[in-house]
Design a protein around this ligand. Sequence first.
Ligand code: AHM
Ligand code: MG
Length: 341
Amino acid sequence: AGTPPGKAHMGTSFSEFNTGEFAESPQTDLGVLLGQVATACKVISAAVARGPLSDTLGYTGTDNIQGENQQKLDLIANELMIRWTEWGGQVAAMASEEMADIYRIPTQYRQGRYLLVFDPLDGSSNLDVNVSVGSIFSILARPAGEGEVEDSDFLQPGVMQVAAGYALYGPATMLVVTTGHGVNGFTLDEETGEFILTHPHLTISPDTREFAINASNARMWEAPVIRYIDECLAGVNGPRGEAFNMRWVASMVAEIHRILIRGGVFLYPKDNRDPTRPGKLRLMYEANPMSFIVEQAGGAASTGREPIMQVQPQALHQRVAVILGSRNEVERLVQYHLDAP
Ligand code: AHM
Ligand code: MG
């Protein structure tokens, strides 16, 4: 959704904002789809909040495609995202962290021109301790062509995204969206069931003294990341001459949201635990949508060696190294990668 011209638009509902944004536009379908994704996120928010009361916490005993144990709410959220978006005629196929293969829209529904890619419940290892989790989504245009959608139709670099966003299920439920014209944040009003514009035109400060990384992996990091974190930890007497603070929620959505609100840099870098694994996070439904949001808010997103959104995907579930947030810190990390032998 685009940048509203000033405070007058604070308090606008997401539906009204979307209608204004896409009125007279050939992308009306995109507005409709975003509205359906927003509704799916409201329903997922309610399911997450009821978790402890409805026997939906805990594991299913099955693994997803990345060999991670699925939680009941991972699968419920996946199902809800599909059910609330498949019937409207905007989507041709979907892909998700929780589905090994793509999901083609059943033939009883109209086939749309968009591909919806999502992580239905990111950070779900936090569910049992009642810490923030979220949903992440990315919308791509279906390439022109005949016949069924194939995996290869999804394998577009992040620069091709037409929209991306996340819902954060925290103390308040929020929806943060970009369609390539800035980033806007909406808060769910539980009384009316509407997402209300509370954070127009989010921007990330170029400088920060806060970083986020899972430091338990330090022994496996590459040299440029070790250098960067060592310098942050060295404090006022180190080469940065400043004291840095650290945060790690282990929910990427909460982490990126914090960075949008008060700056920061987030790293899930490549490490040497498995030479075939370029990072932990998934390119298509974690790294790309978050990179689109961060760049639209004036931040930067890199693998350390190239901009994340320029990585050509080879597979739906491929992983990638992630360094994103305040522009000057990301640029410093890119420089450290260039400097490394
Ligand atoms: P998930 O999709 O299985 O929830 O994994 C992604 C999450 C991110 O939200 C978070 O940044 C990271 O994994 C946390 O990893 P770690 O367990 O190493 O702290
Ligand atoms: Mg995830």
